[in-house]
Design a protein. Structure first.
Length: 196
């Protein structure tokens, strides 16, 4: 499979995730506060190179990968996501500069389930959600326990790993995953054009 075919499958799964999380939000009223970027500020967010492949391809096709590489090199590909743009005036607020390409953890967190100790689905609630809307979080948890359909982190991870196991099973910090995806895209482009 080509990088583009793989990326297309990832994007199809992202569309499915978005429909599931939108339905949960519409059914329950759960939503993130406007402009909130608290989870994006976490330097320990992990994803897979597979999930960063669509944005790596996009950057490569638009010839924007070099400036990104330079930006990432300045922080040694570490720290919070390099695509996060914090609000200069409101602490904890910001925006994702690649929102349409964000990985599954960014799409699911706060709106999907993990398995609890009893093996049932339980909302993976955002700490900030719990602080500012505890009643809403409890209501959503009860709805899920009562059978409300919800996206599952483990099911999505399984589906992603089945797209391309060599890229979909390697969890690492988000910037490191991006680096691996960019390297793959660059190497494949060199191989396909015969530049060796």
């Amino acid at each position: 499979m080509t990088n583009q075919e793989i990326a297309n499958q990832v994007k199809e799964l992202y569309e499915k995730i978005d429909k599931q999380t939108e339905k949960l939000a519409q059914t329950t009223g759960l939503k993130c506060p406007p402009g909130c970027g608290r989870c994006c500020e976490n330097p320990d967010i992990e994803t897979t190179p597979l999930e960063m492949l669509p944005i790596a391809l996009e950057l490569f096709q638009k010839k924007q990968f070099q400036e990104l590489i330079e930006k990432a090199d300045t922080v040694n590909w570490e720290g919070r996501c390099i695509f996060y743009e914090p609000d200069l005036f409101i602490a904890g607020n910001g925006r994702c500069s690649i929102y349409a390409f964000r990985p599954s953890v960014c799409r699911l967190f706060g709106f999907a389930a993990v398995k609890n100790k009893q093996g049932g689905a339980e909302l993976a609630a955002c700490r900030y959600h719990k602080e500012i809307m505890p009643e809403m979080v409890q209501k959503v948890k009860e709805s899920i326990a009562g059978g409300l359909p919800v996206a599952s982190f483990s099911e999505i991870a399984f589906q992603l790993s089945n797209i391309e196991p060599s890229l979909g099973n390697q969890r690492m910090p988000i910037n490191q995953a991006l680096k691996v995806a960019i390297q793959r895209v660059g190497l494949m482009a060199q191989w396909e054009t015969g530049e060796r």
